[in-house]
Ligand binder design. Structure first.
Ligand code: SF4
Length: 354
């Protein structure tokens, strides 16, 4: 058994999907997450076992609304969706959509295996005659594991380029949408673009993806185009880091285990043996966040990246307070941060004394 499999214990390897791959980009500097993901550890189960469960996933209401929206768009061979995409043709970017009658639904055969649907996706893409491909199934290698990915649709642009279309249930109100929802949708769509590019080549797949969302407070759909080049390069970096994490795993002390059948103290000691890099953003991106936040209590890093960057070399809040009050002498590396803290304390005292 490889060291990676030993780390996880007898539990089956937790499979990735587009959402979990996208979440890898949330905290690229965290070794703990890279190790746990590379070993396929069930992080929600691990968090629950050590007494720090998190609440993740969409509410039932949001899921039901999302399903209803998607079903409405895809009814009658995607009639409404095609009209929305054609309307988006008035914008310069998506002017090149081609939606001649060609529409193929690869998800119709419910008895299909994943491998068979992936093979049919490859065939349809190789045939080249695509207007709109529904329920395609792509693959991507993540830390040596083949992950199946299901974009909502793949559309053809004029010429040879293909474009990923994602249907999302968050609303675009007066041309604005929740920025966290848009950025997570962009990273997820970038995962599909990367998988398509690895299959067909970079020059066949557009870096622009189409999001179809409800507009304002109705279920009326609207299409927007996003450029995901930045997300693609972060993803590539993060996936190559995961591929090289095995050397890090091999260097871990022999007793380290994330087998959830082990006693809690052993699991906590194992977690402590792998460096974490907690930031408040973890709370929406990683299932271990409640534990890592608890562990980081009292550290300046727990206050967010801007604070961590401004107070480089000052690890704890107590140390920061001491430097601000002048009761702690700064080390040479802390001189700059100490001056900042002392100035902030002086301004605060002046403001309070008025
Ligand atoms: S929650 Fe913990 S393990 Fe997850 S990314 Fe943040 S620091 Fe790393």
């Amino acid at each position: 058994m490889s060291r990676v499999d030993q780390l996880r214990g007898p539990a089956p390897r937790k499979r990735h999907n587009a959402r979990t791959i996208a979440a890898l980009t949330g905290n690229p500097g965290c070794t703990r997450r890279a190790v746990l993901d590379a070993a396929g550890v069930d992080k929600p189960k691990l968090a629950e076992t050590i007494g720090f469960p998190g609440s993740f996933g969409q509410s039932r209401f949001a899921l039901a609304r999302g399903n209803a929206f998607e079903a409405m768009l895809k009814a009658d061979d995607c009639a409404l969706l095609r009209s929305v995409l054609a309307e988006a043709g008035s914008t310069p970017v998506s002017d090149s959509f081609v939606f001649g009658g060609s529409y193929e639904d690869l998800g119709e055969d419910s008895d299909d295996t994943l491998d068979a649907r992936h093979a049919r996706t490859r065939e349809a893409l190789a045939a080249g005659d695509i207007g709109l491909l529904d329920h395609p199934l792509l693959t991507l290698s993540v830390a040596g594991q083949t992950v199946y990915l299901e974009p909502d649709l793949i559309a053809a642009q004029r010429g040879d380029m293909l474009q990923v279309v994602e249907i999302k249930s968050f609303a675009i109100v007066d041309g604005q949408a929740d920025s966290a929802a848009v950025s997570s949708a962009a990273v997820q769509a970038a995962v599909y673009v990367l998988a398509l590019r690895r299959l067909l080549g970079d020059d066949r797949v557009s870096h622009e993806v189409v999001l179809v969302c409800p507009e304002n407070f109705s279920l009326q759909p609207v299409a927007v185009v996003l450029d995901v080049r930045k997300q693609l390069s972060t993803l590539r970096r993060q996936l190559s880091r995961l591929a090289s994490v095995s050397s890090l795993i091999d260097a871990l002390p022999p007793g380290v285990t994330f087998d959830v059948a082990q006693p809690v103290p052993a699991l906590l000691a194992s977690l402590a043996a792998v460096d974490a890099r907690y930031a408040p953003e973890c709370l929406s991106a990683c299932e271990l966040s409640v534990y890592c936040r608890h562990e980081a209590t009292g550290s300046t890093a727990a206050l967010g990246r801007p604070v961590r960057d401004a107070l480089g070399g000052v690890a704890t809040v107590d140390e920061a307070l001491g430097l601000a009050a002048g009761t702690v002498l700064p080390t040479p590396e802390q001189t700059e941060a100490a001056a900042l803290l002392a100035a902030a304390a002086r301004l605060r005292n002046e403001a309070l004394s008025r």
